[in-house]
Design a protein around this ligand. Structure first.
Ligand code: FE2
Ligand code: FE2
Length: 177
């Protein structure tokens, strides 16, 4: 059962699209509307990936590292990066909330966040997720699902009915059309 893995990969795809938009809007002189969309993107990143996607992966990585010692270092690195992404994301969110935005440092902050997340996804997708498909059985997947079942759904993946993320639905729907 790797539905959970497919869900994680789907999350990555949506995050990539949002990060591309974040990078294109994150110039030294962002417009007010661009700033609002960037803020919305980072609110989403702090609300869903940091509180749902990463905790699911933390459980997955713990199982993978225990199952195959050669993957322990990658699993540990990815788990540590989750905490770094949470810290960087919170800092970027705080910067975008501040008025006026500190324009000079904004592109660099965004690039740092986006590059870390991209490299992080690459390692997950090339090494750890394929190993998870290979090494984990139905009982593992069911165990992970049980551990995380009380967590809330991704507002961008399911009903897309959360008014707070209206601008992000438009970004995703434009590119999906
Ligand atoms: Fe991750
Ligand atoms: Fe991930």
């Amino acid at each position: 059962m790797s539905d959970l893995l497919d869900k994680l990969l789907g999350d990555h795809e949506r995050q990539h699209r949002l990060l591309e938009r974040l990078r294109s809007l994150g110039t030294a002189h962002p417009t007010a509307s661009g700033r609002a969309v960037m803020l919305n993107i980072m609110q989403y990143m702090r609300r869903y990936p940091d509180l749902n996607h990463h905790p699911i992966e933390d459980r997955l990585f713990a199982r993978i590292g225990a199952r195959d010692g050669s993957l322990a270092a990658a699993a540990e690195r990815l788990t540590v990066e989750h905490r770094a992404l949470e810290r960087l994301g919170e800092r970027l969110l705080g910067q975008l909330r501040a008025l006026p935005v500190h324009e000079e440092s904004l592109p660099g902050e965004i690039a740092r966040y986006a590059e870390l997340l991209q490299a992080h996804h690459d390692l997950e997708e090339t090494e750890v997720f394929p190993a998870a498909r290979r090494l984990l059985g139905d009982e593992d997947w069911a165990g992970i699902a049980r551990e995380v079942e009380e967590r809330f759904a991704d507002p961008l993946a399911e009903t897309r009915a959360d008014a707070e993320f209206e601008a992000l639905y438009r970004i995703l729907e434009t590119e999906e059309a």
